[in-house]
Design a protein around this ligand. Structure first.
Ligand SMILES: O=C(O)COP(=O)(O)O
Ligand SMILES: [Mg+2]
Length: 226
């Protein structure tokens, strides 16, 4: 039997230009165990991905602020604290940076995400003045979130709902926001494009980057299951 998977999305299932790698549509629909999409993106993104892959909608969004499994949504974190930090950042001249529509934050319930172009030093300075709020840099966004919220903690909630031990999961990821997942999954892999924190936390850093790296992990797990 192949193991259940906890898969990050950006940097892990994508191409270097940020598209979902088409191999996700070849490999994941048939994966014969639960697949949890664990992302920093807002709730609709992993739900849509699972939906269009024809998989159960079992997802972690907002870096663990939102977890959804077996029809049940769990929301944790203090959105008001995160929003207050971003408001103070704006008052001091900072810009969230996604343009007028801001679909990045439109459906976000527990945290705020800022563009990688945002003024990081100012953001960190403003956030440091507020208790229980932190800034997480995924390489794709700066996330202002409650400190107790993490993908790893949410994986515990999701695993529970599925009647599984989180240690049964194999995790693949690429950045700081995957470190907590690597801590609770039984086995963890960072793709070659991963940042220092993810590389340090993973059981193994694979040779290839982005979906090439993830595909190499999936192949290995499939071979092992035979
Ligand atoms: O939303 C981000 O910043 C990154 O998303 P990810 O967790 O799927 O890599
Ligand atoms: Mg990622």
């Amino acid at each position: 039997m192949v193991p259940p998977l906890a898969l990050d999305i950006d940097g892990t299932l994508t191409t270097p230009t940020g598209r979902i790698d088409p191999r996700a549509f070849e490999q994941l629909p048939e994966w014969d165990a639960p697949v949890v999409f664990a992302t920093g993106k807002a709730f609709p993104y992993p739900v849509a991905l699972a939906h269009f892959l024809g998989r159960e909608e079992t997802v972690i969004a907002e870096n663990g602020g939102v977890a959804y499994a077996d029809g049940e949504t769990t929301v944790v974190g203090d959105p008001d604290a995160a929003r207050a930090v971003v408001e103070a950042f704006r008052e001091r001249g900072g810009a969230v940076g996604w343009g007028d529509g801001d679909t990045v934050n439109r459906w976000r319930e527990t945290e705020v995400a800022l563009s990688p172009d945002a003024d990081e030093a100012l953001l960190r300075e403003v956030a440091a003045a507020v208790d229980d709020v932190e800034v997480v840099d995924t390489g794709y966004a700066y996330h202002v979130k409650s400190t107790g919220v993490s993908k790893g903690r949410a994986l515990g909630v999701v695993a529970d709902a599925l009647g599984l031990d989180p240690a049964a999961f194999v995790a693949v990821g690429d950045s700081e926001n995957d470190v907590s997942t690597f801590g609770v999954a039984g086995e963890s892999y960072a793709v070659a494009n991963a940042d220092a924190a993810a590389r340090e936390a993973a059981d193994e850093v694979v040779e290839k980057g982005f979906m090439d790296g993830t595909v190499s992990v999936l192949e290995r797990l499939r071979e092992r299951a035979q």
